[in-house]
Design a protein around this ligand. Structure first.
Ligand SMILES: Nc1ncnc2c1ncn2[C@@H]1O[C@H](COP(=O)(O)OP(=O)(O)OP(=O)(O)O)[C@@H](O)[C@H]1O
Ligand SMILES: [Mg+2]
Length: 366
């Protein structure tokens, strides 16, 4: 068991920089989620760690060993590939034991280890079944069992649950997290789904266009997104982002968005004061907005554009300064389309980012 470290890892395909100057450390026994939109370089990163892709620059370390130039089979890595493929002519158990067979592990030992991981993943009754006759979710577990049977120093799982339906996904998130905690081995899980990352990870690495945007705990990434990209990517519905400018009113520091003025919190004021640009982007999560039926000076009037009930919550959509603005509310509120309400954007709930046009491209101010 060991920690894993990438240092200034880069890889291009022709003129496409798939991964740029990536430096991340995954402490021993922890789970890192590599998350980002399609094409941001997640699989390329994993393939470099596994030795299936050669970096143009940078180093990969497992513990005290530099593995950058090591043969893939000498790396002691268990991998589950994106769109994993099971061997269709083999049973589930034979699939799981395959990596051991390749390494010449004797039949008896193999069967013992297959039984162990099958028990861990709750698929003992499937061992003798053909993989063509089990469900997608069961196949996914078999693929996972095959990846973990080797007891490597590091696990790499590329989109291990992306093809599952919502219920199974949610179950498997918990399963993978629990499994990782039981194995006590570093694991890197790639996903394009921010909820997977928030719910499973000890550390989240958010990538965009091959570049690391933020590295932090799920709470860091959710509560203090480093830039407007992370702010919009993590959290659902996405954070509302409005163009604004820094403006004082009655001596108090805040921002003006359209005709609305919003006070900055005491915490945010010194940072806003220091900000060079006066154009900013102000962000607030749909869960942080409070909806009132009565007006008050600091409340913003808005008309319900559409209501989207989701059972345990309702998402109300508004238009604020020509931008879609979403608010999450409990179902009791029962607002109607076109109803006028008053939105409270508390100073403590506001995030401030440098405006995209200014230098810094959307980085967090406060
Ligand atoms: N073998 C290759 N040859 C050429 N370009 C490649 C190759 N592999 C990846 N790329 C390019 O590198 C970039 C990163 O690809 P990668 O597969 O790492 O993305 P990803 O984050 O895993 O995306 P997805 O979520 O769709 O799996 C993309 O622009 C992709 O088109
Ligand atoms: Mg991929």
């Amino acid at each position: 068991m060991a920690s894993v470290r990438f240092e200034n890892l880069s890889r291009s395909f022709g003129s496409v920089p798939a991964v740029r100057d990536l430096s991340i450390e995954v402490p021993d026994g922890t789970l890192l989620c590599l998350v980002g939109p399609s094409g941001c370089g997640k699989t390329t990163t994993l393939r470099m760690v596994a030795g299936l892709e050669t970096p143009d620059a940078g180093e990969i370390w497992i513990g005290e060993q530099n593995i950058t130039k090591l043969e893939p089979r000498s790396r002691q890595i268990g991998m589950m590939f994106q769109g994993f493929a099971l061997y269709p002519h083999l049973s589930a158990g034979e699939n799981i034991g395959y990596p051991l067979k390749v390494r010449g592990v004797a039949r008896g030992e193999r069967d013992k280890r297959v039984a162990e991981v099958a028990k861990l993943l709750d698929i003992v009754p499937l061992i003798h079944r053909s993989v063509q006759q089990i469900s997608g979710g069961q196949q996914q577990r078999v693929a996972l069992a095959r990846a973990i049977i080797q007891r490597p120093q590091l696990y790499l799982l590329d989109e291990p649950i992306s093809s599952l339906d919502a219920v199974l996904r949610s179950t498997m998130r918990g399963e993978i997290k629990r499994l990782q905690k039981m194995l006590k081995t570093a694991m890197i899980v790639v996903t394009h789904d921010q909820l997977d990352a928030l719910s499973m990870a000890d550390t989240i690495a958010v990538m965009k266009d091959g570049v690391l945007q933020q590295l932090g705990s799920p709470d860091d990434v959710y509560s203090r997104p480093a830039n407007t990209f992370v702010a919009g990517f993590v959290g659902e519905p996405r954070m509302n982002l409005l163009p604004a400018s820094i403006e004082r009113r009655n001596g108090q520091l805040g921002v003006r968005a359209g005709e609305h003025w919003l006070a900055a919190s005491e915490q945010a004021r010194p940072e806003l004061e220091k900000a060079k640009a006066d154009r900013v982007t102000v962000g607030i999560r749909p869960q942080a907005v409070r909806v009132h039926r009565a007006p008050a000076p600091e409340r913003i009037p808005a008309r319900v554009y559409v209501a989207e009930p989701e059972g345990s919550r309702v998402i109300y959509e508004f238009r604020l300064i020509d931008e879609i603005f979403k608010v999450e509310s409990d179902p009791e509120l029962r607002l109607q389309m076109e109803e006028e309400v008053f939105l409270e954007l508390r100073p403590e709930a506001l995030h401030f980012f440098a405006s995209e046009q200014s230098t810094g491209g959307g980085r967090r101010i406060a």
